[in-house]
Write a protein that binds this ligand. Structure first.
Ligand SMILES: [Zn+2]
Length: 328
């Protein structure tokens, strides 16, 4: 096992979003990481500051958060060199022989770090060393699943306080945040981490054969190829299909897909063996404004199915009154 807990600090355009380089909204200025063993104890550390090339002065927000000053960058190396060293450190887990034994598995606090790391690699035309699809462990999400309501997303400091972990160093340095994230992991069971993997959305499937099917304990997840529009995505039979997560048989719809809010679609399906299945599709845009769908299918109880019938009704009523108002 080779867990790499990663944390990045980044800078953004100091004169505001209007002047930013669209290909690199967040420029990485520090990489911090720790390597963990099976007991989630730290066996190695990586930390390096990176000299920014695109935004050479710090945005005021970055200055507020990050403890780095201009002088820290004076002798720093540039991103391509530091990234190369970082990835060779990731692969060098000390196990001799099999490369498979050293395959890094990345853990982060929140979904942003691996996405921004790939965006920075892509900006410099560096070939991505990541597998496709890139599976990782979002410890912020897992903290919510294990200790809270699955939906809330807390700051790292909140989690450290919640778990009564002593705060020995300041937050918001890449290395200290990686260490704190690993301390949260020490409180978690290995199974709680492994059963709740996440998929990174920086690189999504381009074509049908790359589409991603994931099976979790309580639901199935599907990530589609790209479509030119939301409408096209919702016309696709693979996107809109509903299979029972428990037996993988086609489940007939009780409520067809309907939209609630601008990005979410819901449906209700029925498996004769396993009962109601709630379908949800989130339509997302990639960096090139192409649409892809993230579908989850989850067995639910009758009460939750009834809520879905009500939701569908309320959407219909809202639409009707909107139409009436337009006519008047
Ligand atoms: Zn079934």
């Amino acid at each position: 096992m080779n867990y790499i807990v990663l944390d990045l600090e980044w800078n953004q355009c100091p004169s505001g979003k209007a002047h930013e380089d669209r290909a690199l909204p967040f420029e990485i200025i520090e990489i911090g990481a720790v390597r963990l063993n099976e007991a989630h104890q730290i066996t190695g550390r990586f930390r390096e500051i990176i000299k920014p090339q695109v935004y050479t002065t710090l945005h005021f927000r970055t200055r507020e958060i990050v403890a780095l000053r201009a002088i820290d960058f004076a002798n720093a190396r540039c991103f391509p060199e530091v990234a190369a060293d970082f990835f060779s450190w990731c692969r060098d887990c000390g196990e001799s022989g099999a490369e498979e034994a050293c395959k890094p598995e990345f853990c982060t606090w929140g979904p942003a770090d691996l996405t921004e790391l790939q965006r920075n690699l892509s900006y410099y035309n560096i070939k991505s060393p990541f597998a496709f699809p890139l599976m990782y462990f979002d410890i912020q999400k897992i903290f919510s699943i294990v200790y809270e309501d699955r939906k809330s997303r807390r700051s790292l400091e909140y989690a450290i306080d919640f778990l009564s972990i002593p705060k020995t160093v300041a937050f918001h340095s890449a290395l200290s945040d990686a260490i704190y994230t690993s301390l949260v992991m020490q409180q978690l069971e290995e199974s709680q981490i492994r059963e709740n993997s996440s998929v990174d959305y920086f690189r999504t499937p381009l074509v049908r054969k790359e589409e991603i099917y994931l099976h979790y304990n309580t639901y199935d997840k599907f990530i589609s190829k790209l479509f030119v529009s939301r409408n096209q995505a919702m016309k696709d039979p693979v996107v809109t299909s509903t299979r029972c997560p428990l037996c993988q048989k086609a489940a007939q719809k009780k409520i067809r897909w309907f939209s609630a809010g601008s990005h979410n679609q819901f449906c209700l399906a029925w498996c004769p063996r396993h009962g109601y299945i709630k379908g949800k599709i989130r339509l997302r845009l990639n960096a090139d404004n192409m649409t892809y769908a993230v579908k989850t299918l989850k067995p639910i109880k009758e009460e939750e199915a009834n809520l879905l019938f009500e939701k569908k009704e309320s959407v219909k009523v809202k639409r009707q009154s909107h139409r009436n108002a337009m006519r008047d």
